[in-house]
Write a new protein. Structure first.
Length: 224
């Protein structure tokens, strides 16, 4: 199987981390999203959405990190994507929540406009309003995650066992550290993220984004 990826892509890191932890052999093909390689005809024929990741398994191609995680987990019959109907539904629910709630407003509405120049708004006033709105919305979702999804006693987002939902969410939330987010108001979130960062493959998978963080560490950032 081949994964088209870029190591700085938040969407690529969940399947990369899961594959590394589960010892799934993947061929990695770099798509340089910072030079626009994703818009060139060669990659457009792979994914007309012009996005990574893309998983290629023989003549079968699959896009979207959430779908790729589920496919990989089923491919190896991983208990981290349980077969029980209700347990699997809970994992799917959490993954949808990360994609439609946290990712939209924490990453695209709050973090990315600060750390990626091509996503900064057209004027300081619009930029400030965007970041402030994203911060307020992110705080709402972080409170939901802290108090209800994790809450007292849950080590992971679906209970006491790690699932593929944790891989997806940890990559999305971990980007916050680039801006200096400590999540100190959300102790359950902090503890959960610490458990995910303790995975043996975390540092290797995240080294590119960690390096990028160092390159912008002196820029003023709004945090939560």
């Amino acid at each position: 199987m081949k994964l088209y990826y870029h190591p700085a892509s938040t969407s690529c890191r969940p399947p990369m981390l899961f594959a590394a932890e589960a010892n799934i052999p993947l061929e990695y093909e770099l798509v340089d999203i910072f030079t626009g390689e994703q818009y060139k005809p060669a990659f457009e024929s792979v994914n007309p959405n012009h996005l990574v990741p893309v998983l290629e398994d023989g003549d079968f191609r699959l896009t979207e990190a959430s779908a790729i995680l589920k496919y990989l987990a089923d491919k190896i019959d991983s208990p981290q994507y349980p077969k029980d109907l209700k347990e699997r539904a809970r994992v799917n629910e959490r993954m949808d929540w990360f994609n439609t709630q946290l990712n939209r407003e924490f990453n695209y509405g709050f973090l990315y406009p600060q750390i990626f120049g091509f996503l900064k708004r057209s004027s300081p006033e619009v930029q400030d309003a965007t970041v402030q709105w994203g911060k307020e919305r992110s705080q709402k979702w972080l409170k939901v995650m802290n108090d209800h999804i994790l809450g007292p006693g849950n080590n992971y987002v679906c209970g006491d066992r790690i699932t593929i939902a944790d891989y997806l969410g940890a990559a999305m939330l971990g980007v916050g550290e680039i801006t200096g987010c400590k999540f100190s108001d959300y102790p359950n979130v902090c503890a959960w993220l610490g458990r995910m960062k303790a995975l043996s493959s975390w540092s290797k998978v995240h080294e590119a984004i960690t390096g990028y963080a160092q390159s912008i560490k002196d820029q003023p950032m709004v945090t939560v």
